[in-house]
Design a protein around this ligand. Structure first.
Ligand SMILES: [Mg+2]
Length: 309
């Protein structure tokens, strides 16, 4: 049996959306105290609407692909889904913008990825969008690894960029299927590269009592896989709820939207949609679209197609 219930699916996707929307206004800042980060999040929530960024857009594209095309993940078809959702104003990085230009010119997906990043990208772009893979194949360890790798391929051929996606997919899967994500779950995640292995070890042993600045120094907050996935998982593992995890990710600074989105996906997978604090849903742009996407993904699990590998 693969996949998890609708509650975990909706919780994970809303948690990711909330992290993306609440983290985005503070991207690129230095670390601040959690108290200051809480004030930042409160201030952000006073806006009429909080826009989502590439993290959410690409997650939705992956769901389009899994539900609408094939659940085997075909990198070329996934790239087409990413292109269909692509909106230049969503904070994409320079590499992604160059890739999109090549895709539009009809380039082969693998050729385009290596043309833009000759050694492959070790950015966190494949990890930021991978939650649907963990939800769909939760409990099926080898399939998660295989499919997460394939889902990275349109943009990431570097082993560290791919490994970030595999680790994040497994984190979402274990949170969704057990309803728990703490230090033990974090420490047990499989990492294939030295970079991610070292990052997970550091995260598993870093006390929750350190300052955000100390955590940012120890784990990193850069938009690269091994210096953001461990920080996100530390937030998810050491914070008691979704709100605290997102506030802590904002406190770390750096790539706040993606770190908060990845932390939010894991915490939301464990805790379900009720973990979204009251008053958040109407501020998050795309809230209803994400709930609808969660329904489609969970529905495709219910009708048995989630078992096809
Ligand atoms: Mg972003």
């Amino acid at each position: 049996m693969s996949g998890v219930g609708a509650q975990a699916v909706t919780g994970a996707l809303l948690g990711a959306l909330a992290g993306d929307c609440l983290g985005a206004p503070w991207e690129g800042r230095h670390a601040v105290t959690r108290k200051r980060a809480r004030a930042r999040v409160r201030r952000a929530l006073e806006r009429p609407v909080l826009a989502y960024t590439d993290d959410t857009q690409l997650t939705l594209a992956l769901i389009d692909h899994l539900v609408g095309d094939t659940d085997r993940v075909e990198p070329a078809q996934l790239a087409r889904r990413m292109l269909a959702r692509y909106d230049d104003r969503r904070g994409y990085g320079a590499g992604m913008r160059r890739l999109v230009a090549l895709w539009r010119d009809g380039w082969d997906v693998d050729d385009a990825a290596t043309a833009v990043f000759p050694d492959g990208s070790f950015g966190n772009g494949a990890a930021m969008r991978v939650a649907p893979v963990g939800l769909r194949w939760a409990g099926d360890h080898d399939v998660i690894t295989h499919v997460a790798e394939r889902s990275a391929r349109p943009t990431h051929v570097h082993p560290v960029g791919i490994d970030g996606a595999v680790v994040q997919a497994h984190a979402v899967a274990v949170a969704a299927s057990t309803g728990a994500f703490g230090r033990d779950e974090l420490a047990a995640l499989p990492a294939a590269t030295d970079e991610l292995r070292a990052g997970l070890q550091a995260a598993a042993s870093l006390p929750s009592t350190v300052t955000a600045a100390e955590a940012a120094r120890a784990l990193g907050t850069a938009p690269i896989a091994h210096r953001s996935v461990p920080a996100a998982l530390w937030c998810a593992a050491t914070c008691e709820d979704l709100e605290h995890a997102i506030v802590t990710a904002v406190a770390l600074g750096g790539d706040t939207d993606t770190i908060a989105a990845m932390a939010g996906a894991v915490r939301g997978a464990a805790d379900g949609p009720a973990s979204l604090p009251p008053g958040w849903s109407h501020v998050l742009e795309g809230h209803d679209d994400v709930v609808e996407a969660a329904r489609r993904l969970a529905g495709s699990l219910d009708d048995g197609t989630g078992d096809r590998t």
